[in-house]
Design a protein around this ligand. Structure first.
Ligand code: GLC
Length: 592
């Protein structure tokens, strides 16, 4: 594989000397080591398995991989309950396996982001075991947040409302209550203790030395608690984040910090600081509003939220996502919006958890390819870096009969072979069963089959990603909404340098006509980024377009001079990527 010239070219793109803002052009693929591929057939995915499947991830066209926690852990919260920050959970391999994985990813030009989960540890972490036995008021005890009464900070909400009744839990060994924003086996670290800060720096440096390119900062709004507040976004939190940023920058100026701050727009923006805290933050405010807009066939929810979250420091970027490993959170929408979302997307109580919906993208959208493609077109063209959850590129299903959020964490569906081609272990040994229902199960939905079918979701995703990657305007461009009268149509411009791209999406199930005010672009000629079709020239009068149900267009606007000089060769298109011969159905023509 090392002889493959593509790999040599890609390897050169990872330049570790100076900040490149690479994350602005990136597409991030989120996966869990244990869910991806099991190389030793013990039923659990592992680093060698993930390394084996890097060809698949590279072929998708993404540029970075974000790994869910893979550290030693009692796994009561799927690894977000960490008992050792500087090691690999033996079930997933060794530190050497991790090193090999990072090297192999880098050789392909793929960056690696990992989790920094330091709001809390597992109660099995040696720091907690030591703290609960240490004298009151000692630095060891004060690694965590304690109370004699369990009444402090009572304005802080409970996040896991389906399983917890308080943010305080009595510890019989310490003979005191300890503070936890999540499960009661996850005591919160005390960021007022300088020794905790020192440990966080050690963790960062440990993984930076192993070559990681970024950290997702888990649950950052809750790092610090203060009386008289709701314990979220407390100003001192930003001092901690600036410290983390400085530490990371000192070691690797190209390393990226991605905040998980599930907050209202005005409270999410401060996580960027003045460009000196997190480089990226998940666009939690936008995510549910994309689903609401499609359900209501109305662009307003998207326009309102994007317009209120446009002003970011130069070096910062939103991370946009549709689904992830958690429930589709509805914490930060109004009660009416939440009820609407529940009624529309999760009528059965089993599909809900806490204040959210535990389903994957394909099941949320009833397997409707047109809506899946439409939402992905928004994911890949709205302002920000797209984050794609493993399996959603093939329309993988979920299993609502599993506990907690395991519903959406089942093995990757590689083929119709036993255990979805994920593992050759006995099914009983699998960490979770693969999805087996007739619509979304592995016999119907899997990589092997979708590779062969030219029009499959997988091949469509490869195509869209290829088109996005060819135009920096999507990652870095300015953003401007057009405001057509027909609110079922969402239209916006992405502009970067000489390039202007017009994106138009029909949120409705049926055909729509729309008139766009493009008078300032009169004389330009739109050209379709997928097929290269030239459209009629834009004039001062409103530009008419019609779109089929749930259709979308990405049109580059050629200036009159450009259009003239290209008239011999209007094919600026990015054709559908060809299927390699080995993936083609026998006897099929190369171009389908
Ligand atoms: C984050 C993670 C979630 C986890 C929680 C507590 O929100 O995304 O999976 O349960 O933190 O660690």
């Amino acid at each position: 594989m090392q002889d493959d010239p593509r790999i040599r070219i890609a390897a050169r793109t990872v330049d570790r000397r100076r900040p490149t803002l690479w994350y602005k052009d990136a597409i991030i693929y989120q996966t869990h080591v244990r869910a991806f591929f099991d190389s030793n057939n013990d039923g659990v995915g592992d680093f060698p398995g993930l390394t084996e499947k890097l060809d698949y991830i590279e072929d998708l066209g993404v540029s970075a991989i974000w790994l869910l926690p893979f550290f030693p852990s009692p796994l009561k919260d799927d690894g977000y309950d960490i008992s050792d920050y500087c090691a690999v959970n033996p079930a997933y391999g060794t530190l050497d396996d991790f090193r090999t994985f990072v090297e192999a990813a880098h050789a392909r030009g793929l960056r690696v982001l990992i989790e920094l989960v330091v709001n809390h540890t597992s109660d099995q972490h040696p720091w907690f075991q030591r703290a609960r036995r240490a004298p009151k008021g000692s630095p060891e005890r004060d690694f965590y947040v304690w109370s004699e009464t369990g009444h402090e900070y009572d304005e802080a909400r409970i996040i896991f409302i389906d399983s917890e009744i308080s943010n305080w839990t009595w510890d019989p060994i310490a003979k005191a209550y300890f503070w936890h924003r999540f499960y009661s086996h996850q005591p919160d670290l005390n960021f007022d203790n300088p020794l905790v800060i020192r440990e966080v720096k050690n963790i960062l440096n440990f993984w930076l030395d192993l070559g990681v390119d970024g950290f997702r900062l888990d649950a950052v709004p809750y790092l610090i608690e203060r009386e008289g507040t709701d314990g979220e976004n407390v100003p001192e939190t930003h001092r901690v984040l600036k410290m983390i940023r400085a530490e990371v920058e000192r070691r690797n100026p190209d390393c990226v910090l991605l905040a998980e701050a599930n907050q209202m727009p005005k409270d999410t923006l401060p996580y960027f600081g003045n460009g000196d805290e997190c480089h990226m933050a998940f666009h939690f405010p936008l995510m549910p509003r994309m689903f609401i807009a499609v359900a209501q066939e109305d662009s307003t929810p998207i326009i309102e939220v994007v317009e209120s979250t446009m002003r970011l420091p130069e070096n910062c970027q939103w991370a946009i996502f549709l689904r992830n490993h958690d429930e589709l959170t509805l914490e930060m929408v109004t009660e009416d919006e939440r009820d609407y979302m529940w009624q529309f997307y999760a009528t059965h109580r089993r599909l809900r958890i806490n204040l959210g919906i535990r389903r994957r993208l394909a099941t949320l959208l009833d397997g409707d390819c047109r809506r899946i493609e439409l939402l992905n077109s928004l994911l890949f063209s709205m302002p920000g870096t797209p984050v794609l959850y493993y399996g959603d590129e093939i329309g993988m299903g979920d299993n609502p009969f599993l506990g907690d959020r395991d519903v959406v964490r089942t093995p990757m569906q590689w083929s119709a072979d036993s255990n979805a081609g994920f593992s050759k272990a006995d099914t009983v040994a699998l960490y979770l069963p693969p999805v087996m229902d007739p619509l979304f199960g592995y016999q119907a939905v899997n990589v092997e089959v979708q590779k062969k079918i030219r029009s499959s979701l997988l091949n469509w995703m490869r195509w869209v990603i290829r088109v996005r990657n060819a135009h920096q305007a999507f990652g870095r461009g300015d953003f401007r909404f057009l405001h057509p009268e027909n609110r079922k149509v969402l239209a916006y411009l992405r502009c970067f340098g000489e390039e202007t791209i017009l994106c138009v999406a029909n949120l409705s199930e049926t055909m729509q006509a729309v008139q766009l005010d493009l008078s300032d672009l009169a004389g330009c000629i739109p050209i379709d980024l997928f097929g290269g079709c030239l459209m009629p020239v834009i004039e001062a009068a409103p530009y008419p377009l019609t779109l089929g149900g749930h259709a979308f267009y990405w049109l580059r606007l050629l200036s009159p001079e450009e259009a003239r000089s290209r008239s011999d060769n209007p094919q600026e298109a990015m054709d559908r990527p060809e299927l390699p011969a080995k993936d083609r159905i026998q006897g099929q023509r190369p171009s389908g």
